[in-house]
Ligand binder design. Structure first.
Ligand code: C5P
Length: 322
């Protein structure tokens, strides 16, 4: 499907630019914005955009919109609270991880989410994977491990603000993000494909919970500082750009998950490693060491191997779609 290919290509570019722009705004000298407020704003924007899309799509404007929302019950809406909670945690952790790790290291290590997504897809959606696909997942894990060992030896990187960065904190944040990404993504896929409600409506529901939970997270983590300095403290046009990019990325992910699945989405974002590594070299003075190149090569090779046509009997439960 050509349109799906286009969405995947846009996702690659969006993903790479999001990581790089977050890294850039978080390592700039001067006043830092509150990451928790940025998460809230992205959810709000995403939900509002989807609400507008539903409004524009429905004939009869407001009445049509009311009917569309009314068709979905409270219990159904509450189901979205689960992936929303996990995504809110993940989106906050993403800021922690990117603030503490060089962009390229984050990007490669974050590919472990392909492994968690595959495991959750097998467990929750009863998908099956061929032997070659499991091998490719191991290769992926090896590639990520090689990059990590190499980064551990060379330290946190030579970017501005490196002194306040902690490799260990970044690593824990990225590992928990990988678990969240797999679980929330597959959970959302299950809800999306298990009913006829539109992807936009699902995102409005996700956005409502995301905004509320994001506000709760903000109050818990940075409440006093936000109260003292203001919600929009440190916001620059670039920060708004990051927020817009995050909201747009959420919509792209939803569309890709609807028309393909989370595993394919993972491959698309893996390709953004190449883009962000090359860009990091220019933007942040990231030096490409041979082990990093080897690890990144393994990750890309694994992505290719995973996507090869299936041969031989599957190792898990019967498939319900590719
Ligand atoms: O890294 P990963 O691909 O799991 O990130 C998915 C991102 O997409 C998260 O930031 C999540 O909040 C967002 N998303 C969204 N709406 C969806 C699905 C994902 O905003 N329906």
């Amino acid at each position: 499907m050509a349109t799906l290919g286009l969405f995947l290509a846009v996702l690659v570019v969006q993903n790479a630019s999001l990581i790089l722009s977050i890294r850039y705004v978080r390592t700039l000298p001067g006043e830092r914005f509150f990451a928790t407020t940025a998460v809230v704003m992205a959810e709000l924007l995403k939900g509002a955009t989807c609400l507008l899309l539903i409004f524009l799509q429905k004939q009869g404007g407001g009445a049509g919109l009311g009917r569309g929302l009314g068709r979905v019950g409270y219990v159904d809406t509450l189901k979205l609270a689960v992936p929303s909670l996990i995504y809110t945690l993940q989106n906050n952790l993403q800021y922690v991880a990117i603030s503490n790790l060089p962009a390229a290291t984050f990007q490669v290590t974050y590919q472990l989410k392909i492994l968690t997504t595959a495991v959750f897809s097998v467990l929750m959606l009863r998908k099956s994977l061929s032997r070659l696909q499991w091998v490719s997942l191991l290769l992926l894990f090896t590639g990520v491990a090689v990059v990590q060992v190499e980064q551990g030896q060379v330290g946190g990187g030579s970017s501005p603000g490196a002194a306040q960065q902690s490799y260990a904190v970044g690593l824990v944040a990225v590992v928990v993000s990988c678990l969240s990404s797999g679980l929330a993504g597959v959970y959302f896929e299950k809800i999306l494909k298990g009913s006829s409600a539109s992807v936009w409506l699902r995102n409005v529901q996700l956005g409502i919970f995301g905004t509320l939970l994001g506000l709760l997270g903000m109050w818990w983590a940075e409440g006093a500082a936000v109260a003292a300095q203001g919600f929009f403290h440190g916001y620059s046009p670039l920060v708004w750009g990051v927020i817009l990019n995050q909201a747009f990325g959420g919509l792209l992910v939803a569309v890709v998950v609807k028309y393909a699945d989370n595993i394919l989405k993972g491959f698309a974002t893996s390709l953004s490693i190449v883009a962000s590594t090359v860009a990091s070299m220019y933007l942040f003075g990231f030096r490409l060491h041979p082990p990093f190149a080897l690890g990144a090569g393994l990750v890309i090779g694994a992505v290719y191997m995973y996507s090869l046509p299936k041969a031989g009997p599957p190792l898990a439960a019967p498939m319900d779609g590719a």
